[in-house]
Design a protein around this ligand. Sequence first.
Ligand code: HCA
Length: 393
Amino acid sequence: MQDYSINQFIELAGTPPLDVEICDVTLRDGEQMPGVVFRSEEKLDIARSLDEIGVDIIEAGFPVVSKAEKAAVKEVCNLGLNAKISALSRSNRADVDAAIDCGVDMVSVFIATSDLHLRYKLHMSCEEAVSTALDAVDYAKDHGLIVRFSAEDATRTGFETLLGIYRKAEEYRADYISVADTVGILNPRTTGYMIGEIRKWVKIPICMHCHDDLGLALANTLAGAEAGAKQLHTTVNGIGERSGNTPLEELLVALRVHHGVDRYDLSRLKGLSTMVCNYSGVPASKNKAVVGANAFAHESGIHVAAVLEEPRTYELYSPEMVGADRMIIIGKHTGAKALKYITQRMGYDLEKKDLCQLAEKVKTCSEFKRPISCDELRKLILDLDIEFVYNGP
Ligand code: HCA
């Protein structure tokens, strides 16, 4: 395993060992991203791949949404995966029954608890909402399920009220309580404080479910974990409602780099990301951490020269670790050293002065406004008025 203690701050600040589990919600919250629909076979592929990575819990769907959704959740349950399979359920017995019919191990019973949601969405008093939720929790427990109780919009709920609700859920035998940062209002500091306080009052494990409206979902999830949250929610590529959720690939790599968590097979992350891009129709941005096309791409002459000598100069972790490939891009920033490496791999043996001449030619091609392909580079080499050895195919 690569040694990240090269950063002294990791040693100085300390990186506590974390006892966490991952619950991936791509098949439920990920699919709630506007325009995303997974076919049943696609859901099964994604579930298998999550399981191969070692994800602990897969939230397979929201069975009452449709017949097809219910059938797909059932099929995921029948795959016989190592991961526990969970389903989302509103706080009523019919929803819990639908989850039971699918054969899930776990159910996420949720109800909104913030004044905003109670007033404008549920049109209920807090007491009514809580008693409805507790009945569903009780019912699911009586049917032998592992139960997560999720307070939707928890992070905009009065804290005293929220603590009271969580304590009631614990009393009603919920196995987990979930802090749903439904609109992504937390920051790492408030998350740490919140989880620390909840832990003083509630002894069952806490789940962190973060949304990315401020671009802080990953940071908040980590802050929650550092403060003692056990179950961390993710989606592949961070897809989800609005700005999405905590990206699985970023969280797993951060857990590896900062906390030495090494029980997940990270080498499958790039493959899973590509699969989800294809199935969801949502491409990952080029500069996305871990799985973006540029995550291990180098063009600048200075960077390429260094990376060719020692990749760790400009790569925090290796592309192999996450199943990706390193790419050396030919463009206006490419230097002679990079061109030597690239042209050698293309079968050319060029002298240093010719490589410098080629580098100049490459710079003048920047009007293409895109990297130069190998074919274009070959043409530039042939246009040079020089003698060279060619050992290529
Ligand atoms: C939603 C519900 C939820 C539930 C979170 C959880 C949220 O609004 O779709 O399972 O803890 O973000 O509040 O996804």
